[in-house]
Design a protein around this ligand. Structure first.
Ligand SMILES: *[C@@H]1O[C@H](CO)[C@@H](O)[C@H](O)[C@H]1NC(C)=O
Ligand SMILES: *[C@@H]1O[C@H](CO)[C@@H](O)[C@H](O)[C@H]1NC(C)=O
Ligand SMILES: *[C@@H]1O[C@H](CO)[C@@H](O)[C@H](O)[C@H]1NC(C)=O
Length: 205
């Protein structure tokens, strides 16, 4: 009996640590966060994702801030079926560096927190549904396809602190030809131009 009670308390305490509120990057600046990123790290514990672990590649993404503070994110995912483009719309919240979006895959609203970024090199992003590890993802984004070792360590430590398992923490290799060399780059260039245009217009206001 007693052991069970102790165990139950332990579980509760651990749960509280794992779900402690994560603060976003202090003074988060969306304009500096805009542009191209590579997802060089991914931690995701969903059982349904396990068979795909060794197939994951470092996807490229473009963050395009919208005038109202929302964000359009375009990702290029290298999959066995080819290079797929996915669009996400992140809605701003009243906390800078924190967004929400509706996941069509899981049919639920998720929170996106930019936990830490220095804008020029890396960004640590937590995507979660409060209190549900199965839907929690930690991603490490780099401005280039390789990031420094201390950044990788930071990512791993953070993912473990969120209760993700060691096996779930991946640092996938670069994607090849995704986005495709020619059309992909021009698509990316168009989006960057739109983003830059919006930034310019915003700062003129
Ligand atoms: C943002 O995404 C929406 C929906 O995909 C699209 O209609 C809109 O043109 C995008 N805006 C920008 C500035 O990229
Ligand atoms: C931000 O929004 C949340 C949820 O809508 C609300 O509980 C909180 O009081 C708001 N905070 C501020 C500072 O407006
Ligand atoms: C950003 O982080 C990288 C990796 O830790 C570091 O090398 C770089 O100096 C940082 N840049 C700034 C502006 O702090």
């Amino acid at each position: 009996m007693r052991t069970t009670a102790v165990a139950a308390v332990m579980v509760m305490l651990c749960g509280m640590t794992v779900h402690a509120k994560v603060k976003p990057q202090k003074d988060f600046n969306l304009q500096r966060f805009a542009g191209k990123w590579y997802r060089v790290g991914l931690a995701y514990d969903s059982p349904r994702f396990v068979p795909y672990r060794d197939k994951v590649k470092a996807s490229m993404g473009i963050v395009a801030p919208l005038p109202d503070g929302d964000v359009n994110l375009t990702m290029w995912d290298a999959t066995p079926f080819g290079c797929l483009t996915k669009m996400y719309q992140y809605e701003k919240t009243n906390v800078s560096g924190q967004f929400t979006y509706f996941s069509t895959t899981h049919n639920m609203v998720k929170d996106i927190t930019v936990v830490e970024t220095n804008y020029t090199d890396y960004a640590l992003v937590l995507k979660h549904k409060v209190f549900n590890r199965e839907y929690t993802q930690v991603a490490l984004y780099g401005r280039t396809q390789r990031v420094k070792n201390d950044v990788i360590q930071k990512f791993k430590t953070f993912a473990l602190s969120r209760g993700l398992s060691r096996e779930s923490i991946l640092t996938p290799p670069p994607a090849e030809n995704c986005p495709p060399a020619v059309s992909g780059q021009s698509a990316a260039a168009v989006i960057i131009n739109v983003a830059t245009d919006l930034i310019t217009r915003n700062s003129n206001v």
